[in-house]
Design a protein around this ligand. Structure first.
Ligand code: PRX
Length: 698
């Protein structure tokens, strides 16, 4: 359990100034509230719910659940019987009740310095209403699934909140995913409409998103799942004001007529724009549709447990899981975690560098900040473009007070030393955060000493797509920090550490990280496959939600995530399943079998090391290596590009034919201490693999 007193040694603190304004000011204060949150969750979350608008009140228990598969179906229900609308709470309530209409919701900062836009809460409300009306006019109804494949632009937020406004379920696919991945996700969630953009730049690289979207839709058609509508935003190309393009009057040409122009509305730099293929039977122009739409739209009042969104995360079988979150619990949880973990104050300028295509962006760019009426920076670009000072330039430009990024970005920037950071003042910064993977103490220290100048606490937030929001995390003014530890549970969260036999370990210990009871933001099911939900998270240890992460608790009760203990890899904070990459590799005709393991990487956390056994008669060479790399990129996306590919004439297998990945991990790292390998069918394979190791990344 949580200690009564915080330790005094080997810990770090934020500045005293922060304590003066903080919501939770001391460790004692945290502990007291934490006890209330688990002893009386109804009262704790009931207080949070008072800040929101409910069309009808809840009737049953505040949080009702079964976490034990031996007792029947797993379920979690929060505020059953209540009805509300999340976009109403994020927008109308802030504009009309809280009088925040003129407050900036987003400072959009484009890939290119100088590309910028400011959007107030009032403008965001109008744009969401307009687009909600567009969706309705295209026949989208409550409960329908809408796929969104867009770059980091304000319209992405508009599209997701427009879905929420009419009760449609958004399924955002990260714009770095391939056409194949998009197709798989569209089909799994049976989406009726796709929203995309012409393209975008990542640094100097043009991503022709519409081409990929078209390819995905063609694949859907080929597999018997035709999508009839695709709305395209012109982000790079000139906006549609002067064009004849419209849903009613499709252009005669096969390409969008005004897309060849070089200069654009908000993207100032003159750059080549993508050649956008245009299919008048399917494609609709965002701008033309919006132009005629009313900016008022009565929200659809949704039940608390109605679905809000589906977001896919890698699954250990290789097929991504559609994690489903519902309206009320997710709203309360993202709002409360945002407020308390970043110690949000009304005059803050907050910046989360994640992409909205991941859960971090859903919860901590869109839903949590807007629920609090916060001002955020929405950044389209890269930390290294046009140079490695970009982040700190933006911090100074907008006077960012709370900054949230990933360990992989910190490690990347750390390589360039402190000079690019110190070129900028960063005086506005008050709280720093990290997410996505364990942060090594060296990177933590650099973040704390160089970026935050020893003044800013670091909230190392552990959570998952499935948890909806932070579950283990420091509170900036209350929790003494230990570099590399996500410290203690958030309110309402009860962690435990189990051994292999499922026994709860007390005191300092190491084992499986599990949670004993739900919190409002936990996922409700795997879309279309409740059984998979139960098997993945609840079967191994009945009565507990199993995170899949290993964890250590130290003598002071601090939790330290040790990494995944299933067949998952964490590359730059993004989860990939080994099975997913393996199946992409074996789809190549030259590959008979593949096994993929993680190898530690100084910036990305882990890199992909792939062992491939070739089909009879095929010889290994650089051309094949390049083809395999391309194959994985095309099947999954650039994040899954293999770093190493090794020709493996045979793989180390047990007598029952199971690949011993533990041994492969050692080979990848050139570690000879293999432990017990007596169960291997043929141990000579191991020596052969050591001799053929790849030493350089492909
Ligand atoms: O392994 C943990 C790691 O990221 C996994 C969740 O990945 P995903 O669902 O993609 O969500 C990432 C953003 C919330 C976890 O199971 N992870 C996330 N945050 C941390 C972490 N590992 C250690 N420390 C963290 N702070």
């Amino acid at each position: 359990m949580i200690p009564d007193k915080a330790p005094k040694e080997d810990v770090f603190h934020g500045s005293e100034d922060l304590k003066k304004e903080a919501h939770i000011t001391s460790f004692e204060n945290y502990k007291e509230l934490y006890m209330k949150s688990i002893e009386n969750p109804d009262e704790f979350w009931g207080d949070v719910a008072k800040d929101f608008f409910w069309k009808t009140k809840h009737t049953g228990q505040f949080l009702d659940y079964n976490f034990d598969v031996t007792k029947g179906e797993i379920f979690v229900k929060c505020m059953e019987g209540a009805s509300t609308n999340i976009s109403y709470n994020l927008l109308d309530r802030n504009v009309h009740e809280r009088k925040l209409g003129d407050k900036v919701a987003f400072y959009w900062e484009g890939n290119e310095p100088g590309d910028e836009l400011t959007v107030t809460y009032r403008e965001l409300l109008q744009r969401v209403c307009q687009f909600a009306n567009v969706l309705k006019s295209q026949g989208v109804k409550k409960g329908d699934r809408v796929s969104i494949y867009m770059p980091m632009v304000v319209e992405l937020v508009v599209a997701m909140l427009a879905c929420a406004r009419i009760g449609a379920v958004h399924s955002i696919v990260f714009a770095g995913f391939s056409a194949e991945s998009l197709c798989e996700r569209i089909m799994d969630s049976q989406c009726s409409l796709l929203i995309t953009a012409d393209g975008f730049y990542r640094g100097d690289k043009l991503i022709n998103l519409k081409l990929l979207a078209d390819e995905a839709l063609q694949k859907c058609r080929d597999k018997g799942f035709p999508i009839e509508k695709c709305i395209m935003l012109k982000h790079l190309s000139k906006e549609a004001e002067e064009t004849s393009l419209g849903s009613q009057s499709p252009p005669a040409k096969r390409s969008c007529p005004d897309l060849q122009e070089k200069q654009t509305g908000r993207v100032k730099k003159t750059r080549p724009v993508p050649q956008v293929p245009w299919n008048p039977e399917v494609d609709l122009c965002w701008h033309a549709l919006v132009r005629g739409a009313s900016d008022e739209c009565e929200p659809e009042w949704c039940g608390s447990e109605d679905p809000l969104f589906i977001l896919y995360t890698s699954g250990s079988t290789g097929k991504p899981k559609g994690v489903l979150h519902t309206v009320s619990g997710y709203m309360l949880y993202t709002a409360a975690t945002f407020k308390l973990v970043f110690d949000y104050q009304l005059d803050d300028v907050y910046w989360c560098t994640a992409d909205i295509g991941w859960i971090t962006g859903h919860s901590y760019i869109t839903y949590g900040p807007l629920a609090n009426g916060a001002t955020s920076v929405l950044f389209e670009g890269l930390p290294t473009y046009p140079d490695v000072s970009r982040m700190w330039e933006i911090v100074d430009k907008y006077h960012v007070t709370k900054f949230y990024t990933a360990p992989t970005a910190i490690r990347l920037l750390m390589k360039y030393g402190s000079e690019p950071v110190q070129k900028y003042k960063r005086e506005s910064l008050k709280v720093l955060g990290t997410v996505g993977e364990p942060i090594n103490p060296e990177a933590w220290q650099w973040y704390y000493n160089v970026v935050g100048e020893r003044r800013c606490p670091i909230v190392d937030t552990f959570w998952q797509t499935e948890t909806g929001g932070h579950v283990l995390t420091p509170l900036p003014a209350a929790t003494p920090m230990k570099p590399g530890s996500a410290t203690f549970p958030f309110f309402g969260v009860v962690p435990a550490i189990l051994n292999e036999s499922g026994e709860e370990l007390e005191g300092p210990s190491e084992g499986y990280l599990v949670f004993k009871q739900p919190w409002p933001g936990v996922m409700r099911t795997v879309y279309g496959n409740h059984q998979r939900f139960e098997t993945t998270y609840f079967k191994k240890f009945p009565g507990y939600y199993v995170t899949g992460d290993g964890c250590r608790r130290d003598k002071d009760g601090y939790y330290w995530i040790t990494g995944r203990i299933d067949d998952m890899l964490n590359v730059s904070g993004h989860l990939l399943s080994t099975a997913e990459v393996e199946s992409a590799l074996v789809e190549h005709e030259a590959v008979a079998e593949a096994a993929v393991v993680g190898r530690p990487h100084p910036v990305k956390g882990e890199s992909l090391y792939c062992f491939v056994t070739l089909a009879d008669g095929v010889t290994y060479n650089r051309t094949l290596e390049a083809e395999l790399k391309k194959q994985v990129r095309e099947k999954i996306g650039a994040i899954a590009t293999p770093d190493y590919i090794q020709n493996a004439p045979a793989l180390p297998k047990t007598r029952s034919g199971k690949i011993m990945r533990r041994v492969l991990r050692k080979i990848a790292c050139d570690e000879r201490d293999l432990g017990d390998i007596s169960t291997l069918a043929d141990s000579s394979v191991v020596e052969q693999l050591f001799q053929n190791r790849c030493c350089t990344a492909v």
